[in-house]
Structure formats: C-alpha cells, structure tokens
Design a protein around this ligand. Sequence first.
Ligand code: SAM
Length: 262
Amino acid sequence: MSGVRPRKRFGQNFLHDPAIIQRIIDCIDPRPDEFIVEIGPGLGALTQPLLRGAGRLTAIEIDRDLPEALQSACRGLGELTVINADALRADFTTLSAGAPMRLVGNLPYNISSPLLFHLLGHARAIKDMHFMLQQEVVDRMVASPGSRDYGRLTVALAVRARTQRLFTVGPGAFTPPPKVWSAVVRLQPLEEVPEPRVLDQLDRLLIQAFSQRRKTLRNSLGKLVGLDDLATCGIDGQARPETLSPSAFLSLARLLATRTTD
Ligand code: SAM
C-alpha cells in the first residue's frame, strides 16, 4: 500500500476489496462531467474508479502527507483537485459555486455525525451523498419509529434528507480492519427543509425527549410544551419518544417556533 502507514487519529482504514469498491461505484454511478467531491480520499481506492467514470473530481483530505501518493495513484485517470483541509470546516456552498455536487466518502467514524450535520447545513449545494459509515450509525439513521435504534439522529436526519441503507461491509474489506462492521448509505437532501428557527426548536425537543427515553412525552417534554400543546399536535402525552414520527416532532417544533417569535 505505497508504504503509507495508516494514521489512527485520522480514522484511516483503507478499502482494498475490489468487489466492495465496485459495488460502491455501481451505486454511485458516476457520469462524465458530474461535479463529484470526495471526502477523505486516502490513497484513492474510490477516487480512481470515480475519476474513470466522471473524468474530474475534487477531493478534501485532512492528512497533508497523502495527496502526493494520491495524485500519483490517479495520474492519467482524469482531472483531480486535492484540497488539503478539514471537511468539518469546509464551506461546501462556496465550493459548489451553484452547481449541485455529489458527495462521496468512506468516512472516518469519529467524525461521521458532526460531518453529516455540517453537510446538511449546506443541503442546497448537494445533489446526493454516498457514504460508508459505521453500521451502528447507519442503523440509527434509517431506524423506524418504535425500534430501539430510533432516536435523535433518525429524526434530525429525516426532516432534512431521504436516507437509504444500501449494503453492509465486513471489517476484512479494510486495511487495517476496523473493530466494527460498516454500511454504505445514500442521502438525498429534501427539496423543502424546515426553516432554521424550526430546526433549532426541533433539536431542543429531540435532546429533551431522547435523553430520557423511558419517560413519557408528557414528562420528558414538560419543560418545553404543555399537555394542550401535545393535544394540538395530535400527540398522546402518555406515549414514549421513540414512538413519535418525525412529522409529529416537526409539528411540535413549528408550534414552539411560532411562540419564540411572537
Ligand atoms: N477513501 C479512502 C478509502 O476508502 O480507502 C480512505 C478512507 S479512510 C476511512 C478516511 C479518510 O478520511 C482518510 O484518508 C483520512 O485521512 C481522511 N480524513 C479524516 N478526517 C478528515 C477530515 N476531518 N477531513 C477530511 N478528511 C479526513
């Protein structure tokens, strides 16, 4: 592997399984001249086939020791622009310059949730996203109401994007192998996203509701909403938070948002 020692602090688990790489590329289906941005290209396991498909690609890599090896691995495959930066701080709206981009990444597990929310803050600049994440995180992203995995992440994502689990990947596909299974997920930002002040209220509700999952909504949300508010939104105060649909949480958030501006 080009003599590069994977760095744990950057979550470097490099993909080496050709069948898995091909499966990911088939799901993305890169087309000539699409604007594709890869987060964390590493040594180019995905970058190379993406470049073959799209002809050009922009990659954001935090590790300043990798771009040289990456550029030489991708030589002759297309036009590769590498930005040496932290994706958590990147301004994806400016990067897109009005052309909605397709984001791709085998993401470092330690930054996956903050990165997802950072990206969804730039949703208008994004056409779709295909990410490899820790399977347990994907379970929470796509969970149905009433299940153990349904929670804050599920609801917060559901009001911002369509989320689809594509397939799971075992540790053996990576060097070094991670301790956990992974899964590939597709996210498509919704056309209509609630206003920021509604999203702020939603986050308050979710923190309150899911930090005390065992409590009824009436008890856990008591500081924020009254029983009559729950009734206005058609919500049973005796229910537990994991049974409440994303749209019900959103109605409550909208109610709170009108109150804070009045
Ligand atoms: N895409 C390569 C592959 O599939 O073999 C590497 C995947 S590895 C799991 C994660 C990559 O993300 C590494 O190259 C790492 O250096 C990079 N990375 C980690 N944190 C990052 C950040 N905050 N911004 C950009 N890249 C980051």
